[in-house]
Design a protein around this ligand. Structure first.
Ligand SMILES: Nc1ncnc2c1ncn2[C@@H]1O[C@H](COP(=O)(O)OP(=O)(O)O)[C@@H](O)[C@H]1O
Ligand SMILES: O=P(O)(O)OC[C@H]1O[C@](O)(COP(=O)(O)O)[C@@H](O)[C@@H]1O
Length: 309
C-alpha cells in the first residue's frame, strides 16, 4: 500500500473565469470543488493508476467533513486525524483567454501538541502496512519545521520508504531524515540550496550535491520543460512532448504519484522519472487538479525521452 500524508488538507476549488482582471467583478462560468492538498492529489492519482492507497493527515470542521465524504464518494480509502478549527480552501482561478492560473491558498487550522502525538501514532501504524509513505505539502501552523524529519524516521523504522514533496524550511529540515525521493521544482531547489541556478548546469550541480548528501532520487520538475532527475549518482534530462495544457495545478503531485507507482513496480530509474513526468503532463490536460487518464499517461510516456545529462 501507499500512504499519503497531507498535514494541511484542503478543498481544492477551481473557478473558470473569462478574462480575469484584478479590481473587477468576475463571473464564474464553471466550478469544481474536490478534496485536495498535495498528498490527497497523490492518493487520487496513485489510485487511478491502480495502486492501493490510504490518505492520512489532519482535517478539521465542515471542510474536513467535505474532504472525508468526497474521498468516500471517489472510493479513496482514508484515515485522517480530526483537529479543531477548519480545513482550508485552496482556490485556483483559471482564465482560458489569457492562459493564466492564479492560486489563493488559505493557511488552514492551527495544530495542537496532542494532535501531533495522535498523528505520529497513526503514521507509524499506516507505515507498517505500506511500502511507501508520501509526505506532501506545507506545514500548518503549530507544526514544527522538524515534523517531516520525525515522521520520515518513524515511517522508515516501521518498514516503509519515504517520499518528501515540500518546500522552504519543511523541506530543508525534512532532508535531515534522508527520504528516498524528493521532488522540488526549480524555485524550491534554489531556495533550499540558497544560491541562484540560472542554467540547467547549475540545477544539475544542485542535484548532485543533494545526492551526495545521501538522497537517492532528486527529481527537479521544470513544468512544461520536463525535468532534470538525479538517481543513484546519475543525472538525466527528461524531455517531454508539447501539450495543450489546461490546468497544470497538481502536476507535481501527479508526478510524485507516478514515480512512487513505478518504484513499486520495480521499474528502472529512467522509467521511474519518465512515468512520473507522463503523469504530470497528463494531469495538466485536465481541468481538475490531481486527475489523470491511463490513455493520456501511456500516450505521453511513449513520447518522453530520458537521456544522460
Ligand atoms: N504546462 C505543462 N505542459 C506539459 N507538462 C507539464 C506542464 N506543467 C507540468 N507538466 C508536467 O508535470 C511535471 C511536474 O510539473 P511542475 O509544474 O514542474 O511541478 P509543480 O506543480 O510541483 O511545480 C513536469 O515535470 C511535467 O512533466
Ligand atoms: O500544501 P501547499 O504547499 O500549500 O499546496 C497546496 C496546493 O498544492 C496543490 O496540491 C497543487 O500542487 P502542485 O501544483 O505543486 O502539484 C493544490 O492542489 C493545493 O491547493
Amino acid at each position: 500500500m501507499i500512504t499519503t500524508v497531507t498535514l494541511n488538507a484542503a478543498i481544492d476549488k477551481t473557478y473558470s473565469v473569462k478574462s480575469f482582471e484584478m479590481d473587477r467583478v468576475s463571473r464564474v462560468t464553471d466550478m469544481i470543488a474536490v478534496p485536495g492538498g498535495k498528498g490527497i492529489n497523490v492518493a487520487r492519482v496513485a489510485r487511478l493508476l491502480g495502486e492501493p492507497v490510504t490518505a492520512a493527515g489532519f482535517v478539521a470542521g465542515f471542510n474536513g467533513q467535505f474532504i472525508r465524504s468526497g474521498l468516500d464518494t471517489e472510493g479513496i480509502s482514508h484515515d485522517f486525524t480530526e483537529v479543531p478549527g477548519e480545513s482550508r480552501l485552496c482556490l485556483t482561478v483559471l482564465d482560458a483567454d489569457n492562459g493564466t492560473q492564479t492560486e489563493l491558498l488559505e493557511p488552514g487550522p492551527v495544530i495542537a501538541e496532542n494532535s501531533l502525538l495522535t498523528l505520529k501514532e497513526k503514521v507509524k501504524e499506516l507505515a507498517g502496512r505500506s511500502t511507501h509513505v508520501c509526505f506532501s505539502g506545507s506545514l500548518p501552523l503549530g507544526c514544527p519545521p522538524s515534523l517531516y524529519a520525525e515522521l520520515i524516521t518513524l515511517a522508515r523504522e516501521a518498514g516503509a520508504e519515504a517520499v518528501l514533496d515540500a518546500s522552504g524550511d519543511a523541506l530543508a529540515a525534512g532532508l535531515e531524515a534522508m527520504p528516498l525521493l524528493i521532488k522540488p521544482n526549480e524555485h524550491e531547489i534554489v531556495r533550499l540550496l540558497g544560491r541562484p541556478a540560472s542554467s540547467d548546469d547549475d540545477l544539475a550541480a544542485c542535484i548532485r550535491e543533494l545526492m551526495q548528501r545521501g538522497i537517492r532520487h532528486v527529481v527537479v520538475s521544470l513544468g512544461a520543460r520536463g525535468a532534470l532527475a538525479g538517481s543513484s549518482g546519475r543525472v538525466r534530462r527528461v524531455a517531454i512532448p508539447a501539450i495543450r495544457a489546461v490546468n497544470p495545478v497538481g502536476s507535481g503531485d501527479a508526478m510524485v504519484a507516478g514515480m512512487v507507482t513505478a518504484l513499486r513496480q520495480g521499474r528502472s530509474d529512467a522509467d521511474v522519472v519518465r512515468f512520473g513526468a507522463a503523469c504530470g503532463s497528463a494531469n495538466a490536460l485536465q481541468k481538475q487538479a490531481g486527475v489523470v487518464t491511463d490513455e493520456d499517461v501511456e500516450r505521453i510516456f511513449r513520447d518522453i525521452t530520458v537521456t544522460d545529462y
